[in-house]
Design a protein around this ligand. Structure first.
Ligand code: MF3
Ligand code: CO
Length: 261
């Protein structure tokens, strides 16, 4: 069952996502060679609490941290650790959710650490563009397959592959609601999008092949060929003519300045 949100509920979702956007920016300030993913996790945890919200990944189905920190070939749900030290040339995806006033915000961003190769920068740019192409289709009257197709076609046109083991999702009072939002699919397939639907669109794109290996900790995963993967996520409300993007990269943009892509 897909829940339609009222205007008031959409404003609450926007507020949760605003705090989340600021949290990702706070983490962005600390991303550099030598920092551990555990240190990044503490920054996010404290910042979310200081802003009157709850880090809702922490404890979600037993997930042990505030942030999902996925480095290089890791795709999603990496667990922060004091043993994972970032180095020049890495990429790191920071993905998290915050809960405020009963509604979840959900957003993710892949950051380069120091200087990253041209090919990996192209992966990051392409994945972000996949997200924006998906959002362009997230309007009243389109179908879910139009969103999925827009993402898949942009990724494959660039020579990259769509990871199929994870999907976007509806979001609201629950972190994961119906419908599932795959990053691959056909135009004109799937449910018709209606005003008031809120979905988290989150392309996960691999530089090489999309086969996934699940790690021993029960959460982390990586590409089988160990080539890097990127992931950008924004929560959006379906609207007429233009999606209402509830999450924001604006605070990240302020932090990164001319390094923002
Ligand atoms: N943004 C992630 C998602 O959409 C959040 C996962 S939280 C975790 O699934 F606790 F499951 F890691
Ligand atoms: Co999500």
């Amino acid at each position: 069952m897909v829940f339609l949100k009222t205007e008031e509920e959409i404003e609450l979702l926007r507020e949760s996502n605003r705090i989340l956007g600021m949290t990702l920016a706070e983490v962005a300030k600390a991303i550099r060679p030598g920092v551990t993913t555990k240190q990044l996790d503490k920054i996010a945890h404290d910042f979310i609490l200081d802003n009157g919200a709850i880090p809702s990944c922490l404890g979600y189905e037993g997930f042990p941290a505030t942030l999902c920190t996925s480095v290089n070939e890791q795709i999603v749900h990496g667990i922060p650790s004091d043993k994972v030290v970032l180095k020049d040339g890495d990429i790191i995806t920071i993905d998290t959710c915050v809960l405020k006033n009963g509604f979840h915000g959900d957003s993710a961003y892949t950051f380069p650490v120091g200087e990253v190769s041209q090919e990996v920068m192209r992966l990051l740019r392409t994945t972000k563009q996949c997200l924006y192409n998906g959002i362009e289709q997230a309007i009243v009257g389109k179908r879910l397959g139009d969103v999925s197709f827009a993402i898949q076609s942009n990724a494959e046109k660039a020579g990259f592959s769509v990871v199929r083991d994870f999907v976007g999702h509806g979001i609201g009072r629950e972190m994961h609601e119906s419908p599932e939002v795959p990053n691959y699919g056909r135009r004109g397939n799937g449910i018709v999008l209606k005003r008031g639907m809120v979905i988290a669109i989150e392309p996960m794109i691999a530089l090489g092949k999309n086969n996934v290996i699940f790690e021993e900790d029960g959460w982390s995963n990586h590409t089988a060929d160990r080539k890097p993967a990127a992931h950008y996520e924004l929560s959006v409300a379906i609207n007429k003519g233009k999606a209402d993007v509830l999450s924001t990269f604006e605070y990240i943009k302020e932090v990164l300045g001319d390094r923002y892509i």
